[in-house]
Ligand binder design. Structure first.
Ligand SMILES: *Cc1c(COP(=O)(O)O)cnc(C)c1O
Length: 384
């Protein structure tokens, strides 16, 4: 009697035993829970997980098991997902522009924490959201933005009020009897803590000019993952810097802190296993996944360069590294990774290319364009 194996020691074992034809996303729950504990132990405030980065149920379950008690949600779907999987968890509805039907849905669901970045959207909240839900005061956090510093991708261009407008909004929120707080999101993959520093000082100025004491300050996501070999993200020094900057800016008046990591929480717990379909006349490498699949972020955020190439028996290819153009499987010429990837010169058809740190903004943005992108999931004890 054989038994069907569902948890593998590592990607090499899974490759050796199953020779997957389709891309596979492998999750190491131990890595995910370790990362969650690093945030919970190190961040000086409440840790909420930004569900959009990877809403997989295995992710949510492991975060709950590690002790995460809050989630940053942006849609009725995410609100209901967390409501079902973690009925007691806090849900922060931080999408500052919402349809009236979405607002009503969230009120019904009992959401008590909201962000806003305009007068028009604040008016909608005043109309549709009571100041108390289920005996709890409803918190509204104006979201403000500054010119981008230290992030690889400018999220600020879509959301965020100027500090002047944020002060007006904060005043209005307090006057109407809601719990006044502030929030910002510095951008994504911020490897330098400077990304948070100026935001925190401006938060203080906003409170001063509104003459309102913010109950909480949400310092957003943007915590880095390990995208580039040799450059380990230093979460501890970012946490310390955030705590020190808040103490310096606010002194005894310091608001309670909240963060909402997405990438920094989930990315490094996953590796994407792709297969080489062909090496065209010894030159370009064609993979079975690309920018319409699990590698959607590469053109925006840059290539993941923690790459391993294994032969079909799961043994490392040990040729000298050489730059190659890498294409995905679709017939669209955009389906190409930026620049060149450094790959072993003896890479061959049927080999596997493993992208480590691929858990964020990958499973969710995967499309079925051209009939490709059938991504399967697997669990591993370890990613190496
Ligand atoms: C996307 C997003 C996050 C998570 O960003 P990461 O860079 O993945 O940490 C956090 N907060 C808000 C408001 C977001 O839109």
């Amino acid at each position: 009697m054989g038994h069907h194996k569902t948890v593998w020691d590592n990607p090499a074992e899974m490759i050796r035993q199953t020779q997957p034809e389709n891309p596979v996303m492998v999750l190491a729950p131990t890595v995910l829970q370790d990362t969650a504990r690093r945030f919970l132990d190190g961040f000086p405030g409440l840790v909420t997980y930004a569900v959009k980065s990877n809403p997989g149920e295995a992710v949510i379950q492991n975060l709950l098991a590690a002790g995460v008690t809050g989630f940053d949600v942006a849609s009725p779907f995410e609100i209901d997902l967390i409501g079902r999987m973690a009925p007691r968890a806090a849900r922060h509805y931080h999408n500052p522009v919402r349809a009236r039907s979405e607002i009503s849905h969230a009120v019904q669901a009992g959401v008590t924490s909201w962000s806003v970045d305009s007068r028009s959207e604040l008016e909608k909240l005043f109309e549709l959201v009571p100041t108390q839900i289920g005996g709890q005061g409803v918190e509204i956090s104006p979201r403000f933005k500054l010119p981008v510093l230290g992030a690889v991708y400018d999220f600020g261009s879509k959301f965020g009020a100027t500090p002047e407008l944020a002060a007006d909004l904060l005043r209005l929120v307090a006057d109407r009897g809601y719990v006044p707080s502030l929030t910002f999101h510095p951008g994504t993959q911020c490897v330098d803590p400077i990304a948070w520093e100026s935001y925190i000082s401006v938060a203080r100025e906003i409170c001063d000019s509104a003459e309102v004491r913010a109950k909480r300050l949400n310092v957003g996501g943007g915590f880095p993952s390990h995208r580039v070999s040799g450059v380990e993200p230093d979460l501890t020094s970012i946490f310390t810097e955030i705590g020190d900057t808040v103490a310096e800016a606010f002194g005894d008046d310091a608001p309670a802190l909240v963060c909402e990591p997405g990438r920094g929480m989930c990315a490094d717990a996953f590796s994407l296993i792709t297969r080489v379909k062909g090496v065209r006349d010894g030159g370009s490498v064609f993979l079975n996944d690309g920018v319409y699949g699990g590698l959607a972020e590469m053109p925006i955020v840059g290539n993941l360069d923690r790459i391993e190439v294994l032969d079909p028996q799961g043994r490392p290819r040990d040729g000298a590294a050489a730059g190659r153009v890498v294409f995905g499987p679709t017939c669209d010429s955009v389906d190409r990774l930026p620049g060149e990837l450094s790959l072993p010169e003896n890479i061959a058809e049927g080999d596997y290319v493993i992208f480590h740190g691929a858990g964020a903004y990958s499973t969710v943005t995967n499309t079925r364009f051209n009939g490709f992108g059938e991504l399967t999931n697997a669990t591993v004890m370890s990613l190496r």
